[in-house]
Design a protein around this ligand. Structure first.
Ligand SMILES: Nc1ncnc2c1ncn2[C@@H]1O[C@H](COP(=O)(O)OP(=O)(O)O)[C@@H](O)[C@H]1O
Ligand SMILES: [Mg+2]
Length: 277
């Protein structure tokens, strides 16, 4: 059986958009942002990976490449055995994707109509679609909200609708990008349980869950893949690599403290009393 996700030598550079001024000085060239600098990752069916890393590490870019929303600069990507670069349509049919920022729902129609619309986009119609919408809504505690307009939901409820949409087609690979961000702790834990027990243990799906939150990575998954600056910095069982994870995150925080101090030198802690020998 082929791996659910297979990534080799993945690179992605973004060219920042040119301002008029930059156009006028185009010979200077634009600095590229290297979001991914050689990522290799294999995820098997029935495996849950927490993709952990500070802001800007490249997590979202990696998930977007897998979801065929971003074309990589180099490397190979296979989803369910399908080449995601050569055959994006077939690769997309293998996966569900819950975006970090959800802007694609229709605000003036009900949650049920929204989910029915996205079910249809994924080839689910009629009684089957109706049943599936009810199932995923119940799973995420949205049963009582199906008749409400999307615009009337709270941020956390909208987030749960986005998760429901990702689960509608029941795909073998599911990607979550900071999916519990606006949920209260109880709901967040419930979503993690649905992922762990229902999708992975029972459904044998391959799940990649991106988060910048150490506690969430630990609560979610056995296998943690840590990204920093576009590379996989370390991976393994959380308990085994915890010291390395903490080092990576504290280096990040220290660099930001330095930057803050350069901007606001008066924030520096007062020097202690001079110590004389
Ligand atoms: N469309 C884009 N254009 C330019 N730079 C981008 C774009 N998307 C992401 N980046 C840059 O790529 C790097 C990785 O971003 P991202 O994948 O969003 O990280 P993460 O999700 O880990 O916070 C960041 O430096 C970010 O600014
Ligand atoms: Mg991100």
């Amino acid at each position: 059986m082929s791996a659910a996700v297979e990534i080799q030598g993945l690179h992605k550079s973004f060219r920042p958009r040119r301002s008029l001024r930059q156009w006028l000085q185009f010979w200077k060239g634009r600095p590229e942002v290297e979001a991914l600098r050689g990522v290799d990752l294999v995820v098997q069916p029935g495996e849950l990976v927490a993709l952990l890393g500070p802001n800007g590490a490249g997590k979202t870019t990696l998930l977007k490449v897998l979801a065929t929303l971003v074309t990589p600069s180099a490397g190979t990507v296979r989803v369910g055995g399908v080449d995601a670069i050569k055959d994006p349509d077939r690769a997309r049919a293998q996966l569900g994707y819950v975006l970090a920022e959800e802007r694609s729902f229709f605000w003036r129609i009900s949650v049920r109509e929204n989910l029915r619309f996205f079910a249809a986009l994924q080839g689910l119609y009629g009684a089957e679609a109706a049943r599936r919408v009810d199932e995923v809504a119940a799973l995420l505690g949205l049963g009582d909200h199906l008749g409400r307009d999307f615009q009337d939901l709270s941020v956390g409820q909208r987030q749960r609708v986005a998760i429901a949409r990702g689960l509608l087609p029941d795909p073998p690979v599911v990607l979550f990008d900071e999916a519990t961000r606006s949920l209260d702790p109880g709901r967040a834990e419930r979503v993690r349980r649905v992922i762990r027990e229902l999708l992975v243990q029972r459904g044998k799906k391959a799940v990649i869950f991106a988060t910048h939150d150490l506690a969430e990575a630990r609560a979610l998954a056995d296998r943690v893949v840590v990204m920093a600056e576009g590379r996989i910095a370390c991976q393994g069982l959380y308990a085994e690599i915890e010291p390395e994870i903490r080092r990576l995150f504290s280096a990040e925080a220290a660099a930001e403290d330095q930057a803050l101090l350069r901007l606001f030198p008066d924030l520096a802690p007062a020097p202690g009393p001079e110590v004389r020998p």
